[in-house]
Design a protein around this ligand. Structure first.
Ligand SMILES: Cc1ncc(COP(=O)(O)O)c(C=O)c1O
Length: 437
């Protein structure tokens, strides 16, 4: 079984309390406070190795971790040590991986509206590839590269017209997507680059069809389209494009209803399609995000107030919610949880885990069967490694949680909990409004 096919980190054990990476989660909650993001290093490293081994039969493969899923210095170091490159989408992500010591030729810059200053920073840091998304960006990148007297190696992001059955907001490859060049625009942009944009060097095409994907046929179709387009472009324009980026998207198992394919099955679908449709062995970039970090991460919360409504619905509120995990309120994402300190309790009740934020929609889990909760109990929500911290906000002016890395019964802080002073550190009260100096 692939790690993305399990709900919990691989080191999870049920002892007196729940433990991960040999660390008692109740003790972690006591030491670092809650809410607390916990990342299991062994799960993270094992899944990286799984990806590398699954694709090892294809010689020109480049693994690029989609850092948007979770981007911090320590996570970057681990992915770098495991031999991954980085898909980045902002100056912030580029800066994070640069400061973590990544060889910038292993970095790719994606995004549908990169600013001039971001493009300039990426050129200064010599990122390896730009995935050019639209005409505006192509013109701007060429102009800035020309000013710097450098050439930018680029992929062209295309919209392949593939709809996969995932949430609307996380589908990106369908025809009316905001991302990439329509297939009907490809020849125009290539002609422009050949004739006018002399500081852009096209290496290949890029597509990303969505996230939390369970259907391997979508990848098969995507490879088919990319291979056909590359060969058509090479024939028509006499070019030698030989790189294709198939994006990320492999799903994970948040609850027992989720049945994602294994990494091995994904690799087979992609490489089979390559061998079926292509006579060459182009370089394939793959950009997994969620399937790399999701299962390695959990979030710990402390139970607080509770309420039973007149029609019998029981809510238990925790000390976090939509600001540290916006996914349930954003796209009705579902999760699984356990009570850390009540592992062996057999008597259960159905509760809704509510967040602490001032929105009725701030519900982390609707109707889950758990041991009877009391204030002070520690709840562990699984599979929160991806798109939780990276999408976190300071809604209600609440400090963002800390993050710890656990391994071999040891824990290290990798993101400090924000303080109240952090929260006001960017405020400015104009002199005429000041009460205190
Ligand atoms: C271009 C691109 N590549 C890779 C990813 C990562 O996708 P996932 O986290 O589903 O693997 C995304 C996510 O939105 C993306 O937009």
């Amino acid at each position: 079984m692939s790690i993305n096919q399990g709900i919990k980190p691989i080191t999870t054990e049920e002892k007196e309390n729940l433990t991960i990476g040999g660390c008692d989660l109740k003790e972690l909650a006591k030491k670092y406070g809650t809410p607390l993001y916990v990342i299991d290093e062994q799960t993270l490293r094992t899944i990286c190795k799984e990806y590398k081994s699954a694709f090892s039969n294809y010689k020109n493969i480049k693994m690029m971790y989609a850092s948007k899923a979770l981007c911090t210095g320590a996570i970057t170091r681990i992915l770098d040590e495991e031999g991954f490159g980085f898909d980045t989408v902002s100056a912030g992500e580029i800066y994070t991986v640069y400061k973590a010591g990544v060889d910038m030729s292993h970095v790719l810059f994606n995004g549908n509206n990169k600013s001039a200053s971001e493009l300039e920073l990426a050129l200064n840091y010599k990122v390896g590839r730009f995935s050019v998304d639209n005409f505006h960006e192509a013109e701007m990148l060429n102009r800035i590269a020309a000013q710097k007297k450098v050439t930018a190696d680029i992929l062209l992001r295309i919209t392949p017209g593939i709809e996969c059955h995932t949430h609307n907001y996380i589908q990106t490859g369908q025809i009316d997507s905001k991302f990439g060049f329509d297939l009907s625009q490809i020849d125009d942009i290539i002609s422009l680059i050949i004739e006018r944009y002399k500081n852009l060097n096209i290496k290949g095409l890029h597509a990303h069809i969505g996230s939390q994907i369970f259907e391997l046929q979508s990848y098969h179709d995507e490879v088919d389209i990319l291979v056909r387009e590359i060969s058509r472009i090479n024939n028509k324009f006499g070019l030698k494009l030989n790189e294709m980026n198939i994006g990320g998207g492999l799903g994970v198992k948040y609850t027992n209803n989720d049945t994602p394919p294994s990494i091995e099955e994904l690799a087979k679908a992609v490489t089979d399609a390559m061998h079926k449709y292509s006579t060459e062995i182009p370089t394939i970039y793959i950009e997994p995000g969620r399937s790399i970090v999701s299962t390695a991460g959990v979030t710990l919360y402390t139970a607080g107030s509770s309420k039973t409504t007149s029609n019998g619905k029981k809510y238990v509120a925790v000390d976090g919610g939509m600001a540290d995990n916006p996914r349930p309120s954003m796209y009705q994402a579902e999760y699984t949880a356990q009570v850390v300190n009540k592992i062996n309790y057999t008597e259960k009740e159905t509760v809704t885990i509510a967040g602490r934020y001032c929105e009725s929609g701030d519900i982390l889990i609707s109707e889950i069967s758990l041991p009877k909760l009391e204030a002070g109990d520690i709840i562990c929500i699984f599979n929160t490694g991806a798109y939780n911290y990276s999408m976190a906000s300071n809604y209600n002016r609440v400090e963002k949680p800390a993050m710890v890395l656990v391994n071999n019964s040891h824990s290290d802080i990798i993101v400090y909990r924000e303080t109240l002073d952090n929260l006001i550190s960017h405020d400015n009260i104009p002199d005429r409004l000041r009460k205190y100096d």
